[in-house]
Design a protein around this ligand. Structure first.
Ligand code: ACO
Length: 331
C-alpha cells in the first residue's frame, strides 16, 4: 500500500469584504450580536463580473496549490471538487476547473457534495485512490459560493456565511517519507435532513415563480440542532481517530476544525480537551465558507509558518446531511 502526502496548498477569497456593520444596514442585527454569538467580524462576497463563482475561485486556489506542489496542471490525474452549490447542474464543476486550469491530459473529474464536510470526504476518497496505486497526484478542492443560497433578508442565517476556496494537492509519498494520512472517519445522520436544507432548485422541486415570490429558493437552518450535533459529532470522530491510532492530543500539533463559528470551534475543542493554542481559527475574517474552510485555514497556517513538515494534524468537519468527518495525518 502507498502513502499519501499533502504536497501543495492554496486558497482564494473574493476581494469584496462585507462587515458586520454592512449587514446591520441590510437586516436587524448588530456587530455586537454577531461577534458574541459567532466570533465573525467580516466575510467575503463573490462578484460574478470577476468570475468569482465556484470554478472561478477554485482556479486561483488550485493554481497556487499545484505551484506549491512543484507540479504542472497536466500532472494532475483527477480533480475531486467539493461544492454545495456547483457552477451549474452539469457538467460538473471539476470539469469546468479542468478547463480553467488548461489541463489537456483528459484527467478524471468528479464533484462531491457532502455540504461543509465535502472536502474531508474528498480527501478520504483521494487518499484511497493513492493508497491503492490508482493515481499519484490528485487535486482536492473545496469551494463555496454561499452568497447564492444565503437569504440576505434572514438575519438568523445570512450573518454566518462567506465565499471562498481552498485546494490541496495530495500526492504519493516517497518510500522514506514519514508524511502520511493515518486515518479518517466519515458519517451521515439522515434523521435530521431538515436541520439544514435547501429544498428547492433540484429535480424534486424546481424553482417556480411561486417559490421565488415566497423567497423559498434559499437555505434554512435550525441553528441549535446544528450546533449541538456539530460539537458532539466532530469531537467524537476526533476521539475515535486518536484512540484507534494509539495517539493522544499531546501528539497532535494542530487541530483545524471546520470554521463554522467560534462557539462551535471552542466547544468542540473543549469536548475534545484540546488546548486552545493548538486550534487554528480564521472564522473572524471569512465566516463559514463551508467545505472551503479547512483547506483555506490549512493553507494560511502553512504559509505563515505555523504548520511545518513532520507535524501531526487533525481535521474535523460537519454540515448538512447531517454529514461529518475527521482526518488524522502527518503533514
Ligand atoms: N442578529 C440579532 N438577533 C438575531 C440574529 C442576528 N443576526 N439572529 C437571530 N437573532 C435573534 C433571534 O431572532 C432570537 O430572538 P428572540 O429571542 O427574540 O426570538 C435570538 O436572537 C436568539 O436566537 P437563537 O437562534 O436562539 O440564537 P442562538 O443563541 O442559538 O444563536 C446561532 C444562533 C449563532 C445561529 C447558533 O444557533 C449557532 O451557532 N448555530 C450553529 C449554526 C451554524 O453555524 N451553522 C452553519 C452551517 S452548518 C455548519 O457549517 C456546521
Amino acid at each position: 500500500m502507498y502513502q499519501s502526502k499533502i504536497t501543495g496548498t492554496g486558497k482564494y477569497h473574493p476581494e469584496k469584504v462585507l462587515t458586520n456593520d454592512d449587514l446591520s444596514k441590510m437586516v436587524d442585527t448588530s456587530d455586537e450580536w454577531i461577534i458574541q454569538r459567532t466570533g465573525i467580524k467580516e466575510r467575503r462576497q463573490s462578484d460574478l463580473t470577476k468570475d468569482e463563482f465556484p470554478s472561478g475561485m477554485a482556479y486561483h486556489s488550485a493554481k497556487e496549490a499545484i505551484e506549491n506542489a512543484l507540479l504542472k496542471p497536466n500532472d494532475i490525474e483527477i480533480i475531486v471538487f467539493s461544492a454545495s452549490l456547483p457552477d451549474m447542474l452539469f457538467p460538473n464543476t471539476a470539469s469546468c476547473l479542468q478547463d480553467k486550469l488548461g489541463i489537456t491530459n483528459k484527467c478524471a473529474c468528479i464533484d462531491v457534495n457532502a455540504a461543509c464536510t465535502g472536502w474531508v470526504y474528498g480527501m478520504t476518497m483521494a487518499n484511497s485512490l493513492i493508497q491503492t496505486g490508482v493515481y499519484k497526484n490528485i487535486l482536492v478542492v473545496g469551494t463555496e459560493m454561499t452568497s447564492t443560497f444565503n437569504n440576505w433578508e434572514d438575519r438568523s442565517t445570512c450573518v454566518l456565511f462567506g465565499d471562498g476556496s481552498g485546494s490541496v494537492v495530495l500526492s504519493r509519498a516517497d518510500d522514506n517519507d514519514t508524511a502520511k494520512i493515518y486515518d479518517s472517519v466519515l458519517s451521515s445522520d439522515s434523521s435530521k435532513l431538515d436541520a439544514l436544507i435547501l429544498p428547492n432548485g433540484g429535480s424534486k422541486s424546481p424553482v417556480t415563480a411561486e417559490i421565488l415570490e415566497k423567497r423559498e429558493q434559499y437555505m434554512s437552518m435550525d441553528g441549535q440542532v446544528i450546533f449541538k450535533n456539530a460539537v458532539k459529532t466532530m469531537s467524537s470522530h476526533c476521539a475515535t481517530l486518536l484512540k484507534r491510532n494509539n495517539l493522544t492530543l499531546d501528539d497532535i500539533d494542530w487541530f483545524i476544525p471546520h470554521q463554522a463559528n467560534l462557539r462551535i470551534i471552542e466547544t468542540t475543542g473543549q469536548l475534545l480537551k484540546c488546548p486552545p493554542e493548538k486550534v487554528i481559527v480564521n472564522v473572524e475574517k471569512y465566516a463559514n465558507t463551508s467545505s472551503a474552510s479547512i483547506p483555506a485555514a490549512l493553507h494560511e497556517a502553512v504559509i505563515d509558518g505555523r504548520i511545518k513538515r513532520g507535524q501531526k494534524l487533525l481535521f474535523a468537519a460537519f454540515g448538512a446531511g447531517l454529514t461529518s468527518g475527521a482526518m488524522l495525518l502527518e503533514f
